[in-house]
Write a protein that binds this ligand. Structure first.
Ligand code: PBG
Length: 333
């Protein structure tokens, strides 16, 4: 930006003139949040109850399939473009090889079919990752104590195909294995599933902010961390390499995750690649806002809207947020 001849000096220029009342602030606002920016992550479970509250995520429940269909209808009526589905399956179905991940009658496949037949117009994004299906809670197959890249990709590819056949519109690999986008894309093409979108969690950091999510999908027992596959929070150039590779391998859209602590990454990715760039306001960010509000340190709605607008400012095309339905209702009023 070059300034000199265009910006007058005080008092000819008084920036406060543009802030004096609501109508002019609205008129000159550079960024806007709208319902079409929102992706709503929901948790489904295979228990017999309609809704099961998640202790660490106030106001978020695990849903039965029937309840998820109801929520999908409401989300669609509110104008939310897409849902992101995450499963909590019975621990007895989890094993070292994550075989439930590619069960054509598994929880996610059944949920996709149910939502797609009831609300065909809403976008369905599914998580391609093994952690809800492994007995240990890692996103991959262990071999001699290490996550084995190629063995994991083999299972991820089978999972993605099952999800795509079940009606998922967008496959969203969140596992951070090398080369998985290319293999999944190849498999989709081979099946003639050429319209399926891939939203790659391209820059996903090993983060302390995923705690409540692990409670939600039932992987809190995870030992150790995910630092051998998720990114080191010290790095930014590496995020650009990850995004470049995933785009070359056939990703249509990319994601940065978590959100607020990684706004610089959102900005660099969106400016560098000019491709649809999404950001995930993760569970720990949500829980942190709720905790501050409950302690009386923050106004709920102001905190929520300010953080979501920050993502837009940084260049995000849209935001995955547990606040999506709440915000959509607010925006509709
Ligand atoms: C795992 C996955 C995680 C999240 C989405 N997919 C957690 C992890 O990597 O351990 C986190 C989302 C959130 O915290 O809201 N495949």
């Amino acid at each position: 930006m070059t300034f000199s001849p265009l910006v007058g000096a005080y008092p000819l220029s008084r920036p406060r003139r543009l802030r004096q009342s609501g109508w002019v602030r609205d008129l000159v606002a550079e960024h806007h949040l709208s319902v079409s920016d929102l992706i709503w992550p929901i948790f489904v479970h295979d228990k017999d109850v309609a809704r099961d509250p998640i202790r660490s995520l106030e106001g978020v429940d695990r849903l039965s399939i029937a309840e998820a269909v109801k929520e999908a209808r409401e989300a669609y009526a509110l104008g939310i473009p897409a849902l992101a589905l995450f499963p909590n399956i019975d621990p007895s179905l989890r094993n070292d090889d994550a075989t439930a991940a590619y069960d054509p009658d598994g929880l996610i496949a059944r949920t996709c079919r149910a939502i797609k037949s009831a609300v065909p117009e809403i976008g369905l994004i599914v998580d391609v990752a093994l952690d809800p299906f492994t007995s240990h809670g890692h996103d991959g197959i262990l071999s001699n104590g290490r996550i084995h890249n190629e063995k994991t990709i083999e299972i991820l590819t089978r999972q993605a195909l099952v999800q795509a056949e079940a009606g998922a519109d967008v496959l969203a690999p969140s596992d951070m294995m090398d080369g998985r986008i290319g293999e999944i894309r190849k498999a989709l093409e081979a099946q003639g599933l050429t319209d399926k979108l891939i939203l790659s969690y391209a820059a996903k950091y090993a983060s302390a902010f995923y705690g409540p999510f692990r409670d939600a999908v039932g992987t809190s027992a995870l030992k150790g961390d995910k630092k051998t596959y998720q990114m080191d929070s010290a790095n930014t150039d590496e995020a650009l390499r990850e995004v470049a590779m995933d785009l070359q391998e056939g990703a249509d859209m990319v994601m940065v995750k978590p959100g607020l602590p990684y706004l610089d990454i959102v900005q660099r990715v969106s400016e560098t690649f000019k491709v649809p760039t999404f950001v995930y306001q993760v569970s720990g960010e949500y829980a942190m806002i709720k905790a501050a509000v409950n302690a009386g340190f923050m106004d709920h709605d102001k905190g929520v809207f300010e953080t979501l607008l920050a993502f837009k400012r940084a260049g995000a095309s849209g935001v995955l947020t547990y606040f999506a339905k709440y915000v959509a209702e607010k925006l509709a009023r």
